[in-house]
Design a protein around this ligand. Structure first.
Ligand code: HEM
Length: 508
């Protein structure tokens, strides 16, 4: 009897399991048939074993074989990569409402479920949070109101560099701390240096960004997400909690100040924190209630979204300029002509620096720091390039590849700011020119464009007007990229500054 049961069990194991696996495989293949073409992958693992870590490059190479609308299987998940301007236009303009929500990675879901801007689905909460951020922080009038703050922080950076003349400086770190201070100042009047909050916040933010950048089994095999096999969800929640603690202490200080000033803000100013707290006390705007966690989520988005991107762009710019001495000379000649040698650059000089502006545009083209944008998740099935894309597919838009398309960009791989000097108007940041999409397009286009444009120009001018830069002896320029949510330099740029203007103008 026992032997008969064991034989039956063996039969089941020998025939049924392979049959079930085979049927699952056939279903998986059939399901994929209506999707755009793409490289053949392995069952379960998909194309994972064959992809290189530089996803933007790897996707660009594959799209030359499989076309501008291509399927890639990341583990169990079929994803679609769009690599041409016409495919991007079809998604982000012709199907803008369908492409109005981002795909939410498992780690982001664990830490920010519904509380921030980037990963909130399109709808009333997202609209309210975005409206608040633009109106109170990123609009022209809000930015104008904090011009002195940017001036103070940029001057601080210049002083720091003066103190380090002749020694090696890590450019990105300096610029990062400056942009972080600007963001802190704009949001709640803090700075990185004089508040203990600065370092703790930075640590928590770095931790969260690192977790978000990890290849997470939970994203590749969503059925396994509840197990959190690598512990990424657990880690990110720990970092988020430590960010929340920093925020709570800032909040408590502000509440105390408000009580002491009978509801008024710090020094009578209404910064973003103040506005959000007043709104919170009112219970939200007329349609949507606001929760304290959403205030924390949006703060995080603005700081994280504004600092890494800006400082990485400036680092790429200085690297390219150092690599092209002619361009360095043209930038400095323009600065000397417009600003002169007897005063510091001011923000008001920026509109009169067309060559530097062209340099910035060329950096945005050749080194778009968000190379695949923030991946999308179509809210219903749709058609792009004649292929159907099912609802909920993760869709990447390879801006990095679009910006290097040889039929659009002459000498596409060359760093050539001059291309933006004639016909400059053709390439702005509105997201209407689908050959040039550094800030994305459509409903999710970056809301920080005016600040980003202003900061990149002001920082570059303030690095290049007062200083000459050279590489440390025995080092060579390395323009290799390191793929991540933000496309960084593989090795951070280290350069040596030396003064080119009289120091007395900086103490004036
Ligand atoms: C060089 C600087 C910057 C670049 C290249 C950049 C690029 C981008 C890109 C590509 C997106 C995604 C767009 C899409 O999904 O189509 C984005 C979204 C976003 N950016 Fe920026 N950004 C920069 C600076 C800033 C700044 C300074 C802020 C604010 C302080 C900011 C805040 C945001 C936010 C909140 C989102 C999410 C918007 C949403 O989902 O509705 N960014 N950015």
């Amino acid at each position: 009897m026992a032997m008969a049961i064991s034989t039956n069990l063996n039969l089941v194991l020998t025939f049924c399991i392979p049959t079930v696996l085979f049927l699952l495989f056939v279903r998986w293949l059939k399901k994929g048939r209506s999707l755009p073409p793409g490289p053949f992958g392995l069952p379960l693992l998909g194309n994972l074993p064959f992809l290189s870590p530089d996803l933007h490059r790897c996707f660009a190479d594959l799209s030359r074989t499989y076309g501008p609308v291509m399927t890639i299987r990341l583990g169990c998940r079929p994803c679609v990569v769009l690599s041409s301007s016409s495919a991007a236009r079809e998604a982000l303009r012709d199907n803008d409402l369908t492409f109005a929500s981002h795909d939410v990675p498992a780690a982001a879901l664990a830490a920010f479920n519904g509380i921030n801007l980037v990963w909130n689905p399109y709808g009333p909460v997202w609209r309210m949070l975005r409206k608040m951020s633009v109106r109170e922080v990123l609009s022209a009038s809000s930015l104008e109101a904090v011009r002195p703050l940017r001036r103070r922080e940029v001057q601080r950076m210049v002083e720091t560099i003066h103190a380090k003349e002749g020694s090696a400086v890590e450019v990105r770190e300096l610029v990062f701390l400056t942009t972080l201070s600007v963001m802190f100042g704009m949001l709640w009047g803090g700075t990185v240096n004089d508040e203990g909050a600065g370092n703790e916040f930075k640590e928590a933010m770095d931790g969260i960004m690192e977790c978000l950048g990890k290849a997470n089994v939970s994203d590749l095999f969503p059925v396994l997400a509840p197990l959190d096999i690598q512990g990424v969800a657990k880690q990110i929640v720990r970092f988020r909690d430590s960010y929340f603690r920093v925020f709570d202490s800032i909040l408590e200080d502000r509440r105390n100040e408000m009580d002491a000033n009978e509801g008024g803000g710090r020094d009578g100013k209404r910064d973003f924190l103040q506005v959000m707290l007043e709104l919170l006390d009112k219970g939200g705007d007329s349609q949507v209630p606001l929760k304290i966690d959403q205030v924390k989520g949006v703060f995080f988005d603005l700081v994280a979204g504004g600092t890494d991107t800006t400082s990485t762009t400036v680092e790429w710019a200085i690297a390219e300029i150092l690599n092209n001495p002619d361009i360095m000379k043209k930038v400095q000649d323009e600065l000397d002509e417009v600003v002169g040698k007897n005063r510091c650059v001011e923000e008001s000089d920026i509109p009169r620096l067309p060559y530097l502006n062209a340099v910035m545009k060329e950096v945005f083209r050749l080194h778009p720091v968000v190379p695949l944008l923030v991946p999308y998740s179509p809210s219903s099935s749709c058609t792009v390039g004649g292929f159907s894309i099912p609802k909920g597919t993760k869709v990447f838009i390879n801006v990095w590849a679009i910006h290097r398309e040889p039929s659009v960009w002459k000498d596409a791989l060359k760093f050539e700011p001059e291309r933006f000097l004639s016909g400059n108007d053709k390439y702005d940041y509105s997201g209407n020119n689908f050959n040039y999409l550094t800030f994305g397009s459509g409903r999710r286009i970056c809301p920080g464009i005016p600040l980003a444009e202003n900061m990149v120009m002001y920082l570059l001018a303030s690095l290049l007007h007062p200083f000459e830069w050279r590489l440390p002896k025995g080092t060579e320029m390395n323009l290799k990229e390191h793929f991540g949510i933000v496309l960084k330099k593989d090795k951070h740029l280290v350069a040596i500054p030396s003064g080119r203007l009289s120091k007395t103008i900086f103490s004036a």
